[in-house]
Write a protein that binds this ligand. Structure first.
Ligand SMILES: Nc1ncnc2c1ncn2[C@@H]1O[C@H](COP(=O)(O)OP(=O)(O)OP(=O)(O)O)[C@@H](O)[C@H]1O
Length: 200
C-alpha cells in the first residue's frame, strides 16, 4: 500500500498556482508533516490526498488505500460518553468484543498520556486531552490513510506540546499518516517533512 504524488500542482479557478511540482511517495509506518506558510495549500493537499479535490496538474495515485480517516482541528466527541468509549467504539466497529476493545483502548489511551482520564466524560476533558483522544480514536479505526489537519492550532503552547509529543508516537505499521501543521514542534515529532513552501 502506498500513495504517490507526481508533479502535483493546484490552482483554484481564477487564482494563481498555489503550488506545483510536488512529487513524493508516502508509505505506511511514516508520519509526514505537511508544512508551509498560511495559505500555501496544506489543507488543499490533504483534500487531494483524500480524493475530494482533483489536482489541476500532475497526478496522485493511491494503491491499496481503501479506508481514509480524518482528525480535524477541533475535537468533536459525545459530551457524556467516556474517553474510553470513544476509542473502544472504533475497535468494536472492527469486530472486537467489548471487553477486548476496552483492553486495547486502555493501552492506546496510555500511549497518548490519557490513561488517567480514560473513564472521564468527554465534556470534562481539557482541549489537549480532547485532541489527543481524537488522535487515539483515529489510530484505533486503523484506516489505510490518516489525514490530520492542524492538530495544535487551537491550543496554548504547553497543551500543543503534549499533542506534538503524542504525534511522535503514532507511527503505526498499517497506516500512512499525514499531518498538516505550522507548529515547529509538531513538524519535528513527525518522521518526514513535505514543505509546500518549497513548491510555490
Ligand atoms: N474552494 C476554494 N476556492 C478558492 N480559493 C480557495 C478555496 N479553498 C481554499 N482557497 C484558497 O487557497 C489558499 C490555500 O488554502 P489552504 O486552506 O489549502 O491553505 P493552508 O496552507 O491550509 O492555510 P492555513 O495554514 O492558513 O490553514 C488560500 O488562499 C485559500 O483562501
Amino acid at each position: 500500500m502506498f500513495v504517490t504524488l507526481t508533479d502535483v500542482g493546484h490552482r483554484y479557478p481564477g487564482h494563481p498556482l498555489l503550488f506545483e511540482n510536488v512529487s513524493a511517495r508516502l508509505d505506511p509506518g511514516h508520519v509526514y508533516a505537511l508544512t508551509g506558510p498560511s495559505g500555501s495549500g496544506k489543507s488543499t493537499l490533504l483534500g487531494m490526498l483524500a480524493g475530494w479535490i482533483p489536482p489541476v496538474l500532475g497526478n496522485i495515485t493511491r494503491v491499496g488505500v481503501e479506508r481514509i480517516g480524518w482528525v480535524f482541528q477541533n475535537p468533536h466527541g459525545v459530551a457524556r460518553r467516556t474517553a474510553l468509549d470513544h476509542v473502544a467504539l472504533a475497535f468494536v466497529a472492527r469486530g472486537e468484543t467489548r471487553s477486548a476493545a476496552d483492553a486495547r483502548s486502555r493501552e492506546l489511551l496510555e500511549r497518548f498520556g490519557l490513561g488517567r482520564v480514560a473513564d472521564r466524560q468527554f465534556r470534562a476533558l481539557s482541549g489537549g486531552e480532547g485532541q489527543r483522544l481524537m488522535l487515539a480514536r483515529g489510530i484505533a479505526a486503523a484506516p489505510d490513510l490518516l489525514l490530520v489537519d492542524e492538530p495544535t492550532a487551537q491550543l496554548d503552547l504547553r497543551t500543543a506540546a503534549s499533542v506534538s509529543d503524542a504525534l511522535g508516537r503514532i507511527a503505526t505499521d498499517g497506516t500512512i499518516i499525514v499531518v498538516a501543521t505550522h507548529d515547529a514542534r509538531t513538524r519535528d515529532a513527525c518522521t518526514d517533512v513535505i514543505d509546500l513552501g518549497a513548491f510555490q
